[in-house]
Design a protein. Structure first.
Length: 438
């Protein structure tokens, strides 16, 4: 998923508390009606540099769909800061759009509300079958053993973007492959008002993505095998401290980044204020901000040692956007047809090219258009060294609780307060206490 601000924990708790009285999960694809067969409402997540930029990408495709089917699609591009709360309100009230984007890490949480149409085998056949999609994308569509809550739309992975000229000026010969090398490079770049890298320190979901990857690299996890939160193990604490220490101890991130939550780190990199950027599929965003593709290189996100791969060498979460149908839609057939259109080979090439993401549809991903050096890194990461965030019913609470704990630790670092192993463990203990007990 793309980065977002924290959603209100209370709203998440309310939504899940009401899950039992919502439409219910189950394996049936039932739900909805065809009372309004000539119109659809679509909530799209903000993927580009602005909402207006997204409208310019999407509206021609929606017009194309209307011409083919006679169904008019009313588009609303929803900012990430609002999207989860909007969806939760819709699932509890029963009043929502017909089709909507969801961050793929939310799939299991939203599945638990019962507000989304289940995509069982019969429903998947209506859009060409489940085997059209790559396995890594399908792995982030809901809890195991249940029909997916959504269909993959865009696949993304984190990569390391680096400014070639700034590297040359600092005498750095190659992009860092390990975190020790990353810190060394970052210190060389942090001079004359510039910094080694930037982070969205006030963005809980962005924090969770990095903390989760660091934890995996330390052989740790935030949940036990049976799905219980386990935020205070040594590996998790070490991982979170290493992430925050990029600002607190290593001084390769500007203290002001503790307030970043709206993609400012991408802008800093595009404007030459930082030499490195850790981001999901950033090429289109950088281009929209005037940065030439020749000005930067792209490499895998660093690991603790060695090279990216399975096990502890994981270097990205499986990022992406899924397309869901609201269970109370009044145009069930049209919504299904729209999902089929958006995940068609042709549209997958158009949309994923526009957003520099990777098509989760196999045939589209194999197209030569996605064989650029940047895409090669992203595809290799998704295939070999990325893992899905926990597909547990309380994943959205996990993002909010842990992401906010890390946000508070960044605030401490920015203010000059010490970030110690004990303070990290205290923050994570508080986060775990906010999780449901069952």
């Amino acid at each position: 998923m793309r980065s977002i601000r924290a959603a209100a924990t209370g709203a998440v708790m309310l939504s899940l508390a009401l899950a039992a009285s919502a439409c219910g999960g189950g394996s049936s694809a039932g739900g909805g009606s065809n009372d309004s067969p000539k119109e659809l409402t679509y909530w799209a997540s903000n993927q580009g540099a602005s909402i207006e930029a997204d409208k310019k990408v999407l509206q021609p495709e929606l017009d194309k769909f209307e011409k083919q089917t006679g169904i008019k699609v009313k588009l609303e591009v929803v900012p990430w800061s609002d999207l989860l709360n909007r969806i939760l309100t819709a699932t509890t009230s029963g009043q929502g759009p017909d089709v909507l984007n969801i961050g793929n890490t939310w799939s299991a949480s939203l599945q638990a509300t019962g507000g989304l149409l289940p995509w069982d085998d019969e429903q998947f056949e209506k859009i060409g079958g489940k085997d059209r999609f790559v396995d890594s994308a399908l792995g982030s569509t809901g809890a195991q053993g249940q029909p997916p809550a959504a269909v993959p739309l865009y696949s993304m992975a984190y990569a390391l973007y680096y400014n070639k000229q700034m590297f040359a000026d600092a005498g750095i010969d190659a992009p860092p492959a390990t975190w020790d090398e990353f810190v060394i490079a970052g210190k060389k770049l942090s001079k004359d008002g510039n910094w080694g890298t930037a982070m969205e320190g006030s963005n809980p979901s962005e924090n969770v993505h990095h903390a989760y990857v660091f934890a995996k690299q330390h052989g740790a996890d935030f949940f036990t095998a049976d799905g219980k939160p386990d935020f205070t193990g040594d590996g998790v604490v070490t991982a979170v401290k290493q992430y925050v220490d990029l600002m607190a101890k290593d001084k390769v991130i500007a203290p002001g980044n503790a307030e970043y939550a709206q993609n400012q780190s991408v802008s800093d990199f595009a404007k030459g204020r930082t030499g490195m950027l850790l981001w999901q599929s950033a090429s289109a965003n950088l281009k929209s901000q005037g940065m030439s593709e020749d000005a930067y290189g792209i490499a895998p996100v660093p690991v603790q040692s060695g090279t990216p791969g399975p096990g502890k060498q994981v270097n990205s979460m499986v990022a992406g956007i899924n397309l869901a149908v609201f269970r109370n839609t009044d145009n069930l057939d049209g919504a299904t047809e729209f999902v089929k259109f958006m995940t068609s080979d042709a549209e997958q090439k158009i949309l994923n090219t526009a957003y520099s993401s990777i098509p989760p549809v196999k045939a589209a991903q194999a197209d030569p258009a996605f064989n650029t050096p940047a895409n090669a890194v992203l595809k290799d990461t998704l295939a070999k060294s990325a893992v899905a965030l926990p597909q547990v019913p309380y994943e959205s609470q996990f993002e909010t609780a842990v992401g906010t704990a890390v946000k508070d630790l960044f605030a401490d670092a920015a203010a000059g307060r010490p970030v110690t192993t004990d303070s990290v463990k205290t923050a994570l203990t508080k986060a775990q206490q906010q999780m449901p007990t069952k």
